[in-house]
Design a protein around this ligand. Structure first.
Ligand code: V55
Ligand code: FE
Length: 490
């Protein structure tokens, strides 16, 4: 049995755990607010086997679906592997069969199939709840459906065979008024294709629209946005190349000298109506906070950086930069749909950070509040080693975009915070609660707690801290599902 490599994706907070567990009645310090009834689902990559190739990265790790379940002031914790086709095959073989991140040419010949890269998905990015169903998503394939009560995997999801796209984003957008889920899949027609599928599932979870268009180039399109009128597709210059993959090279390489683009079309319109706006060269964002209409103007807010945030994508493009020197900030791009032209007006509206959260009710609408983890530039110690970039976030920000006020929860040295979820409040005028896992370096390992914060006062002491008696791996994204939604599961 080969061992896990001694590299960043496999050490410190990123150490492989491979523990499926189920723990009832966790210890709670403080009081769980009455509003917090339901489930906090989390996507946690954790490699079940040492990688086939030593230079593997965190994004390749097998998806685990985890849940903190809140019932009448009690909290239960569960975590299970997503039983993907890949996980099952490797479990049977008792070793890794699939190779490098998103490159099927590096797979064991027994499983190699470059015509269906989606079948090697690890479902490790976002738990998504829509129309009474829970999915584990990753942008390189379709989702797996998960039983929200048992966390068992129900199967590979294709909207009853209707979905033509091989892929689906881990960042769909749900309109809170209509209940529709807007989503897309890029490389929809296969490896390194420019095909993007733009889809709508109605409030009952039926696929009612799927249209394909061509991106300006094959790009990693991690997230997108909707407004009341528009669907918005940001394309940043992290590109793919089939020949490079055939040589065993990286799926993605960032190109600092290539333009970025934003495609905007009516959200219920035809892809032929897409208008392309030209953005600056070399910039990159993985996540948008939100977008909204303002007459003919469309505003899109993104955690934008001057280059790609992921070191392995930069380095494949020959870009060598220190992670901590990369300039970024919450950036608003404004598009005028009432005038011809492809120009974008850009302004910085907030500090650096990533994994932003808004209230679900604000999706696609003018909004005021954003919460996002960041690195505290004045921290009195190095960040914990962990996460995709090797440094875990040590600060949580709460931004009020209308006043410019910034609230900060600065963690002590040796601590890290994962992406929060937002839980709405039943009290008018109160912005609800944030739930996030906080990790702490301890005497022999790391210890984790789930913190419940007042969203209007995140720098105050948590209103409750839930002790987690097992070690945790860093999460990618999470999703809050209310008790009422859980009860309506299909
Ligand atoms: C991201 C995460 C992924 C991935 C591509 O957060 C991009 C960005 C956890 O997997 O495959
Ligand atoms: Fe993401």
């Amino acid at each position: 049995m080969p061992k896990f490599p001694n590299t960043l994706p496999f050490i410190a907070l990123n150490r492989p755990l491979r523990i499926e567990s189920s723990i009832r009645n966790l210890d709670v310090e403080g009081t769980i607010p009455a509003d917090v009834q339901g489930a906090f689902f989390r996507a946690v990559p954790d490699p079940a086997h040492p990688p086939l190739h030593d230079d593997d990265i965190t994004l390749s790790a097998d998806g685990m679906v985890s849940r903190f379940l809140f019932e009448g002031g009690q909290v239960d914790y569960d975590i299970k592997y997503v039983r993907t086709a890949r996980y099952e095959a490797e479990r049977k073989a008792r070793r890794a069969l699939y190779g490098s991140y998103r490159n099927p040419y590096t797979d064991d010949p027994g499983v190699r199939d470059p015509s269906r890269p989606d079948l090697r998905t690890v479902s490790n990015t976002t738990p998504v709840w829509h129309a009474g169903r829970l999915f584990m998503t990753k942008e390189d394939g379709r989702p797996y459906e998960i039983d929200p009560h048992t966390l068992e995997t129900r199967g590979y999801w294709s909207y009853g065979g209707k979905l033509r796209s091989q892929t689906m984003t881990a960042h769909p957008r749900i309109d809170p008024a209509t209940g529709e889920m807007f989503f897309f899949g890029y490389e929809a027609g296969g490896l390194a294709t420019r095909d993007v599928a733009y889809c709508i599932a109605d409030r009952d979870g039926q696929l009612v629209s799927e249209q394909w268009f061509q991106a300006p180039y094959v790009a990693s399109i991690h997230d997108f946005c909707i407004t009341g009128r528009w669907a918005i597709f940001p394309v940043y210059p992290t590109t793919s190349d089939l020949e490079r993959m055939k040589q065993g090279g990286a799926h993605w390489a960032h190109q600092q000298d290539l333009e970025s683009w934003v495609g905007i079309m009516p959200r219920y319109g035809k892809v032929e109506e897409m208008r392309w706006f030209k953005g600056p060269k070399g910039v990159s964002a993985f996540h948008m906070t939100n977008a909204f209409d303002d007459g003919d103007l469309v505003h899109m807010d993104a955690c934008l950086a001057e280059t790609c945030a992921f070191p392995f994508m930069r380095e494949a493009g020959g870009i060598h930069r220190n992670q901590w020197e990369i300039q970024s900030g919450l950036t608003r791009w404004t598009f005028d749909m009432g005038k011809p032209g492809d120009g974008i007006v850009s302004s910085i509206i907030g500090p650096p950070g990533d994994l932003p959260r808004i209230r679900d009710a604000d999706q696609g609408r003018p909004y005021r509040h954003v919460w996002l983890p960041t690195m505290n530039p004045e921290a009195k110690g190095p960040p914990l080693v962990g996460n995709v970039v090797g440094a875990a976030f040590n600060c949580l920000l709460g931004l009020d975009l209308s006043t410019g006020r910034v609230d900060a929860l600065n963690l002590d040295p040796g601590m890290a915070i994962n992406e929060p979820v937002h839980v709405p409040s039943s009290k008018p005028g109160h912005n609800g609660w944030l739930l996030a896992v906080v990790d702490r370096e301890a005497a022999i390992d790391y210890q984790s707690e789930l913190w419940i914060l007042d969203a209007d006062n995140i720098s105050a002491a948590p209103v409750a801290r839930v002790k987690v008696p097992v070690p945790l791996r860093p999460q990618v994204h999470g999703w809050w599902v209310s008790a009422e939604q859980l009860a309506s599961s299909k």
